[in-house]
Design a protein around this ligand. Structure first.
Ligand code: ADP
Length: 360
């Protein structure tokens, strides 16, 4: 008998996205509940319809109802596999969710207060609705468990009351998927591979022999590159001044929501809009994005002791020839190397990890 489908869920702060895969890991359907807490909308495949989604509980119910309307009940599923942003120090591989794993995800809430609570709410809602349905978790941080201690540490003293103040790195599912699929193009996996995930969030990863040895994001997904609305690398002294002058909440909002491409351009966080705008501010934002990628790429190349290939992924990496060409131009000093475009298949990677877990 063919294996039952796997539902991959990504429960975020204002949206819940789900993708359904069959037992052969072909994608069957996407369902998204977006605008949770504002103008809600539910999308099934290409069809959208507005729907009041005041909170996550309503959004989850709407999503499961939409699945049911497609003829799929929760009890028909092989499992639900969750994308979890933070696995902390202990969750360094995909896991079947047990009470112990759930508790470990909850322990990581202080590390990802905007993400892990929503993941836990989805896990708990599913456990209540379908107690026998297996649930699995893949962690954005897990791929970076191989980063050596020297690259992980901040130069801070030991702070026993604040455990976990170190670099983690994110976009791990995207990088794991890239490592798996790049050889379809490159035949063998390049030894010293610089991977660039460029979407609304963006990071670089130094992948040596298939393993992460450095990445630009650190303690939180706020660090590293200039992003859609996130500031990326910024001196801690400037952050302290911002917090002192504006207060914690306003500084947090400014650094997460009003900075990056949006802050620099005063126009948009969306690269397509900036490319079309051709104003001095939009052009500065684009150049800032590319320049800092090339500056931080130097750091990644140093961590690998050289460079054999570059791989681009994510909405900007896959679609913007202009950005790819500018970055490659800025990296000409690194010599001749092949570059590849790899479609981001994070949901597929999560489904694959869950399937492997349940087979073993
Ligand atoms: P997320 O990180 O939310 O998953 P995506 O990976 O979809 O986001 O990336 C979104 C970004 O990709 C946006 O800045 C968008 O403008 C950009 N993008 C998508 N298509 C193009 C394109 N053809 N040219 C330039 N940028 C693009």
């Amino acid at each position: 008998m063919a294996q039952a489908p796997i539902l991959v869920m990504n429960a975020g702060s204002s949206s819940i996205k789900a993708a359904l895969f069959d037992g052969a890991l072909s994608e069957l359907l996407r369902i998204e509940a977006t605008g949770v807490g504002s103008a809600g909308e539910i999308r099934v495949g290409a069809q959208k319809r507005p729907m009041p989604l005041p909170d996550h509980a309503t959004a989850l119910t709407a999503l499961f109802d939409a699945l049911q309307a497609q003829g799929i009940a929760l009890t028909d599923l092989h499992c639900v596999a969750h994308r979890i942003v933070h696995g902390g120090t202990s969750l360094t591989t995909a896991q079947r969710i047990t009470p112990g794993v759930r508790a470990a995800i909850a322990d990581c809430v202080p590390l990802a207060p905007l993400h892990n609570p929503h993941h836990l709410a989805a896990i708990d809602a599913l456990a209540a609705l379908a107690p026998d349905l297996p649930q699995c978790a893949s962690f954005d941080t897990a791929f970076h468990a191989t980063i050596p201690d020297v690259a992980r540490r901040y130069a801070l003293p030991d702070l026993p009351d604040l455990p976990g103040l170190r670099r983690y790195g994110f976009h791990g599912t995207s990088y794991a998927s890239l490592v798996r699929s790049l050889p379809e193009q490159s035949h063998t996996l390049p030894q010293r591979l610089l991977a660039m995930h460029m979407g609304n969030g963006a990071s670089l990863c130094a992948i040596l022999g298939g393993q992460s040895v450095a990445t630009t994001m650190g303690y939180s997904p706020l660090g590293g590159l200039t992003m859609g609305t996130r500031a990326g690398e910024i001196d801690a002294g400037a952050v302290l001044r911002l917090v002192g002058a504006r207060g914690l909440e306003a500084a947090d909002h400014l650094l997460h929501q009003q900075s990056g491409l949006l802050g620099l351009s005063g126009l948009s966080s969306d690269m397509r809009t900036l490319e079309a705008a051709n104003t001095p501010q939009a052009n500065l934002a684009i150049e800032h994005f590319c320049y800092w990628i090339s500056r931080q790429a130097g750091s990644m190349i140093s961590a690998m002791g050289g460079l054999d290939a570059v791989a681009f992924t994510g909405g900007i990496g896959e679609n913007s020839g202009m950005i790819r060409n500018r970055i490659l131009e800025l990296l000409r000093w690194a010599g001749n190397f092949p570059d590849y475009i790899v479609p981001a298949r994070e949901e597929l990677q999560i489904a694959r990890e869950a399937q492997t877990l349940l087979e073993t």
